[in-house]
Design a protein around this ligand. Structure first.
Ligand code: UDX
Ligand code: ADP
Length: 475
């Protein structure tokens, strides 16, 4: 969920004028809804696009032209359409009344209570939206699931929406978003595929075609894939499983590399040259983060357990377990390398975002690593070019031994070790001679992303511990 609330002045946009060819609403102005609607508005000036959210601060930020999330290229896209055919508002009821095509892009976190706690998706926000649509709609609508949801959610949505018998009809489509944070605008402008699932009835197919028409404004037709609605819901979860599975697999291999003297980058390159496997998503790391992978896999695991597919559930769940193991292994490697005690040692985390080019820290491996280091009584200094505000919230309540410093050179002052958590380009170009001078000796670098020049750092005097490679140590 978006955490930072902005203090931008309130300047609610006017509602959408009637002149537009299609009138589109998106409920939820977060990491998915905001950028996706901005791109639709930028690419389709003939359509009016309104984005609504309960969070006033977020809406004000979008309206100010300075979005509440950091995403390369987003500001320009928003500014190109803001006030022309892109509007942000908190008036959800009016939005529902005045628009015909409604995307739902609210958060679906993992449930923290009751049946399925820690696994199933918490659908309360989602159901609330369905009921709001039901209450406020005065004409028929196409309702589109944009948030990632459990398979069969469309059915629940349909059942809620069908409870009206006054001729107002709702067609529910599934149109999962495949954008990755940090590259959202590029992914939206030039997607590998756009997926649209619908009921295969006459009405369902007509609604599907209406959505195809929107994307066809800039996406080549052959990349717009249509399917039945359950395949669409499942394909999104399955895609995220496949991606996460590759990372857990290469991370498992990285553990073997560390025991055998093999080099995980070489192994990944060689494996990836097989055209059946391909080279992407094979970067060993301290672990994957982000709001989707863990949540979506656990969602599938829950579905399998409910359906009695225990073997499948165990298989899928292993991908999450290896990810937890990788973070713990990273901390234990630090402990072992630094003479089996971290107590009183100062460790600087380079990066806190779950990946580069975003300020998002949801499920970031840095959260677990920071907490574990604090448990070992280390002092933790966090630095990150975009994510410090979120990092502060993630570690709220920790009073002792934690600080946040924006400038990396200031952050490393008096530190015993650096642990690279996020692959920001910035960290590749720092003056490591200057950094070494500022640190306590012997100085250690644990490269959780394998982005630094390990040999050069070793030659400068650092003890370097990459992931899945032989450490370069002066002892
Ligand atoms: C993911 C999917 O890629 C996207 O299609 C879906 O819509 C949402 O979930 P996102 O979580 O934004 O996107 O980022 P992604 O690039 O997939 O990275 C996820 C995590 O995996 C990050 O922590 C990243 O650092 C890590 N990662 C990625 C690796 O550790 N190694 C890799 O090789 C690739
Ligand atoms: P995602 O990464 O899926 O986009 P976010 O948490 O960034 O998720 O965004 C979801 C947005 O949905 C939040 O800004 C939240 O305030 C909004 N939201 C949740 N419930 C509702 C609701 N009932 N009506 C309108 N907006 C909602």
């Amino acid at each position: 969920m978006l955490k930072r609330l902005s203090k931008y002045p309130i300047c609610e946009s006017k509602q959408v004028p009637m002149k537009f060819e299609k009138r589109i609403l998106c409920i939820g102005a977060g990491y998915v809804g905001g950028p996706t609607m901005a791109v639709i508005a930028a690419k389709c000036p003939r359509y009016g696009v309104t984005v609504v959210d309960v969070a006033r601060g977020r809406i004000d930020a979008w309206n100010s032209g300075k979005p509440p999330i950091y995403e390369p290229g987003l500001d320009d896209v928003v500014r190109s359409a803001l006030g022309r055919n892109l509007f942000f508002s908190t008036d959800i009821a009016r939005g529902i009344r005045e628009n015909d095509i409604i995307f739902v892009s609210v958060n679906t976190p993992t449930k923290t209570f009751g049946a399925g706690a820690g696994m199933a998706a918490d659908l309360q926000y989602w159901e609330l939206v369905a009921r709001q649509i039901l209450e406020h709609a005065e004409s028929s609508k196409i309702v589109i699931e944009k948030s990632t949801l459990p398979v069969k959610t469309a059915q629940a949505m349909e059942r809620i929406l069908m409870s009206r018998n006054d001729g107002v009809h709702f067609d529910v489509l599934s149109n999962p978003e495949f954008l990755a944070e940090g590259t959202a605008i590029r992914d939206l402008l030039c997607p590998d595929r756009v997926l649209i699932g619908s009921r295969e009835t006459e009405r369902g197919l007509k609604a599907r075609e209406e959505l195809v028409e929107i994307y066809a404004n800039w996406v080549p037709r052959e990349r717009i894939v249509t399917s039945n609605i359950w395949s669409s819901e499942l394909s999104k979860l399955a895609s995220n499983f496949f991606l996460a599975q590759r990372i857990s697999t290469i991370n498992a291999i990285s553990a073997i590399c560390e025991k055998t003297g093999a080099d995980v980058s070489e192994v990944a390159r060689i494996v990836g040259m097989d055209s059946r496997i391909g080279g992407k998503f094979l970067n060993a790391s301290v672990g994957f983060g982000g709001s989707c992978f863990k949540k979506d896999i656990l969602n599938l695991v829950y579905l399998c357990r409910v359906e009695g597919l225990e073997e499948v559930a165990d298989y899928l769940e292993r991908v999450v377990r290896i990810n937890e193991y990788q973070k713990e292994r990273f901390v234990l490697n630090m402990l072992r390398a630094m003479f089996n005690t971290l107590a009183g040692k100062k460790i600087c985390l380079f990066g806190f975002a779950f990946k580069a080019d975003t300020g998002d820290t949801r499920q970031s491996p840095a959260i677990d690593v920071a907490r574990r280091l604090l448990e070992e009584h280390a002092e933790v200094v966090v630095t990150d070019p975009q994510a410090l505000a979120n990092a502060r919230e993630d570690l709220a309540g920790v009073e002792k031994g934690l600080s946040f410093v924006e400038d990396p050179y200031e952050a490393v002052r008096g530190c015993h070790a650096i642990a690279v958590m996020t692959e920001w380009t910035l960290y590749r170009g720092l003056d490591y001679r200057k950094i070494l001078d500022l640190m306590v000796k012997p100085a250690f670098i644990f490269d959780g992303r394998n982005i630094l020049d390990h040999k050069a750092l070793f030659e400068l005097g650092f003890n370097v511990y990459p992931i899945g490679k032989r450490p370069l140590s002066h002892f």
